[in-house]
Ligand binder design. Structure first.
Ligand code: PEP
Ligand code: MG
Length: 322
């Protein structure tokens, strides 16, 4: 199996009916970089920067952050890398960072909320990213954006850091793209205001579905209760895809969903062409794409979306090649 996926490494992911798909990998640790080439991923669609903070005994300093980001960009060797800013708080506690205890960590001051409340922390990270990507392409996205104002405020911190670097005569990245993660359902009804402010968006389905179904993703009693391929989620994903297409906003899906062949097939049928999967999912998803008749998948998913009675794509598990 593994050998089969390694053999697909340099084969572009194109469906049988000719649709080109970009398959990227999720990463977060230096060891992930060693396996990046083997997976055949075309880049890193989600680099979880909090891992460095979580394995560290003290707040990683500017230099340590810069070094890591530079290593990541070097390892990617010109392939695109999307860095996600610090996603801690809530249940991801950093021992050296003093934060209040919260009753409902998943609904608490996590991710960009903490970053905006502690702008020094976020600015340090943005400074490290800008410096690591001097003269190269830099892509940064903010996690858990729930309001348009949060994105505006986060982007303003990035602008301030760019000005800071410029004033000091530092080399800026050759290009800078700033995006939002779509993880909070509130954004589904405010994409018209958000998308014009972003350079791209990426859908974090793990959190988006947790909040849509009010089911804690870390609690096995409830995390598997909901079908991620039933009409509510399919419609949400379809809406996002349509609005991104209309506004020509690049969009990717980077939750675990994108790394499972059946679910990935449904994403492609909904019109997504950019997926970021856990490293182990890249090969299987590529193999699915190479054997996929996308037009047929589209018809199947359209049927599910229009079904009067809730049906699920899960029954397709038995489909060959899934
Ligand atoms: C997600 O929520 O789907 C996501 C990609 O982010 P994380 O799993 O790190 O919360
Ligand atoms: Mg998330």
């Amino acid at each position: 199996r593994h050998a089969e996926f390694v053999a697909l490494r340099d084969t572009p992911a194109i469906t049988r009916d000719g649709v080109r798909v970009t398959v990227l990998a999720n990463a977060g640790l230096v060891v992930d970089l060693d396996t990046l080439d083997e997976t055949g991923a075309e880049g890193i669609g989600l680099f979880r920067t909090e891992f460095q903070f979580m394995v560290s005994e003290e707040l990683p300093r500017l230099q340590a952050q810069t070094d890591l980001y530079r290593r990541v960009l070097d390892a990617a060797g010109g392939r695109p890398v999307t860095f996600r800013t610090l996603d801690v708080g809530g249940d991801k506690v950093l021992p050296y960072l003093e934060v209040e205890r919260e009753e409902n960590p998943a609904l608490g001051r996590r991710a960009i909320r903490l970053g905006l409340d502690r702008p020094g922390l976020l600015r340090l990270q943005l400074r490290a990213l800008l410096s690591a990507a001097a003269g190269r392409e830099l892509r940064v996205m903010f996690p858990m954006i729930a309001t348009v104002d949060e994105f505006r405020a986060a982007r303003a911190l990035m602008d301030a850091e760019c000005e800071w670097a410029e004033r000091r005569g530092k080399t800026l990245p050759a290009s800078l793209r700033v995006g939002a993660m779509i993880e909070a359902p509130s954004l589904l009804w405010h994409l018209d205001a958000l998308l014009p402010l972003t350079d791209f968006v990426s859908i974090g389905t793990n959190d988006l579905f947790q909040y849509m179904y009010a089911a804690d993703r870390t609690n096995p009693l409830v995390s598997d209760r909901y079908d991620p391929l039933s009409p509510p989620t399919l419609r949400a994903l379809q809406d996002i895809q349509r609005q991104c297409a209309e506004t020509e906003t690049p969009v990717s899906v980077c939750g675990e969903l994108a790394g499972r062949p059946l679910e990935a097939m449904v994403l492609l049928a909904l019109g997504y062409t950019r997926l970021s999967a856990p490293a182990g999912g890249v090969g299987p998803v590529k193999r699915m794409i190479l054997s996929l008749d996308l037009a047929a998948a589209r018809r199947g998913v359209a049927g599910l979306l229009g079904a009067p009675r809730p049906r699920s794509a899960m029954r397709w598990r038995l489909w060959p090649g899934s």
